[in-house]
Design a protein around this ligand. Structure first.
Ligand code: PA5
Length: 420
């Protein structure tokens, strides 16, 4: 796809049949709805000794966001777990926040099982599935988010309740004004980076065209920039179907910089996601030295100087728009994730076999009911960024997709009273 195509609304609509761009552009509304929902949830203290966020992929990044925000203000350590096993320190003093959009992700359910056995206090964030059932069974606080899109398109629906759980426990300062500022920043970025803005004036389209056919190498500065670099990588993986290297400054100066030596290796483009307020005073010098040494002219996006969540929002919006345009420029559907679906289906089938070799055995955690694919079986065609599993062969929705996820559709935390 050429620059002209990225600026042609009909070509964009045809290349993005499930509406990933609409979902990204609706992030501000999604953040506002998530803020309102989280305020109604019964999330309470006490202040934990430790916080662990368990979640994978498009859900697990919510834990990265919490750890980055907590870095500067929490006395309790915050650890993100992306796997089945929890660290040995988990116990009755641990707040365990489990986040799974589908609610059926094996690793997250395993971690929850282990955490509950160790006496950890559980808060669950899910659109349904086994995780929601488990939270209800245990009378644990549950924030039930709207289903029907891809997990990565529900970023703000997941991040806000995870942060709110930490806020309610005293780990983060009050968040309300930060969520509002993040939503405003997302709206502003949609106005700057959205599909209606031509390439000549659109940094995300320009970045996507520069990255096409190259290996993107993305570095983040400060705690928030590093989260955004991870988000940039995973969004390019899933939206554009490309491999990406991501790294943190200043650590990257001690290793990853060697992979950028000119004249060696495949074509690469360096992307810098900078959060100046979160940088060490020497980071600017460090980056200047790298530019000088490599003769590199990186793609640079800065977070500005707003409150932390709004700064994260700015960098995430850039990652989300750029990766979607990159997918479109490469001629792939940004929404579908056929290989992830296939891998999960194989694992689910294997789990069923192991757990019920004969007929009539009990299903394994997460294998019952809804398929553990895509958005956990709650997928609605046309919901924005949300194709069903195997959508490569499915009937496609009409042009224009549906409303962006979270736009006035959030559901209340189930069975929970208002937070005082
Ligand atoms: O983006 C995706 O679809 C994946 O990275 C999922 O988020 C990941 O597989 C975990 O699934 P869930 O978010 O439903 O827990």
């Amino acid at each position: 796809m050429t620059q002209a195509d990225l600026d042609d609304p009909a070509a964009l609509a045809a290349a993005d049949p499930w509406g990933m761009l609409a979902a990204v552009a609706g992030a501000g509304a999604q953040a506002r709805a998530a803020g309102a929902l989280a305020e109604q949830a019964a999330l309470v203290g006490p202040m934990p000794d430790t916080v662990v966020v368990a979640g994978m992929g498009g859900s697990g990044v919510a834990g990265d966001a919490l750890a980055a925000l907590a870095f500067a203000e929490s006395t309790a350590p915050v650890v993100t777990v992306k796997g089945d096993r929890l660290p040995a320190f988990v116990g009755p003093g641990t707040l365990l926040v489990a986040v799974s959009y589908s609610g059926n992700t094996d690793e997250t359910l395993s971690a929850v099982e282990q955490g509950l056995k160790a006496g950890a206090r559980l808060v669950a964030v899910a659109s349904g599935g086994r995780l929601a059932e488990l939270a209800k069974d245990r009378s644990a606080p549950l924030v039930l988010v709207e289903g029907g899109s891809q997990p990565r398109a529900a970023f703000w629906s997941l991040v806000v309740p995870v942060l709110s759980a930490a806020e309610a426990a005293g780990v983060l300062r009050p968040l309300r004004s930060q969520v509002a500022a993040a939503a405003d920043a997302l709206d502003a970025d949609a106005a700057e980076l959205g599909p209606a803005v031509p390439t000549a004036a659109n940094p995300a389209k320009q970045a996507a065209l520069r990255l096409a056919g190259k290996l993107p190498v993305v570095w983040g500065t400060g705690q928030l920039g590093v989260v955004a670099a991870t988000r940039f990588r995973t969004q390019c993986n899933e939206n554009a179907k490309v491999s990406v290297v991501s790294a943190a400054v200043p650590e990257a100066d001690h290793n990853d910089v060697m992979g950028l030596e000119p004249g060696l290796g495949p074509g690469r483009e360096l992307v810098l996601l900078r959060d100046p307020p979160g940088e060490h005073q020497r980071d600017g010098l460090r980056l200047a030295a790298v530019r000088e040494a490599l003769g590199a002219d990186p793609i640079v996006r800065q977070s500005g100087d707003a409150v932390p969540l709004a700064r994260l929002a700015r960098l995430v919006a850039f990652a989300d728009f750029t990766s979607t345009y990159l997918g479109i420029a490469r001629g792939v559907d940004p929404s579908t994730i056929a290989t992830i679906d296939r891998v999960k289906a194989a694992l689910a089938a294997g789990a069923r076999e192991v757990n019920s070799p004969g007929a009539g055995g009990a299903p394994p955690p997460g294998a019952g009911g809804a398929p553990r694919l895509g958005a956990g079986g709650a997928v609605r065609p046309g919901a924005g960024g949300g194709p069903p599993p195997g959508a490569g062969t499915a009937v496609r929705p009409g042009a224009g997709g549906g409303p962006p996820p979270g736009a006035g559709e959030a559901r209340r935390g189930e069975g929970l009273g208002a937070r005082p």
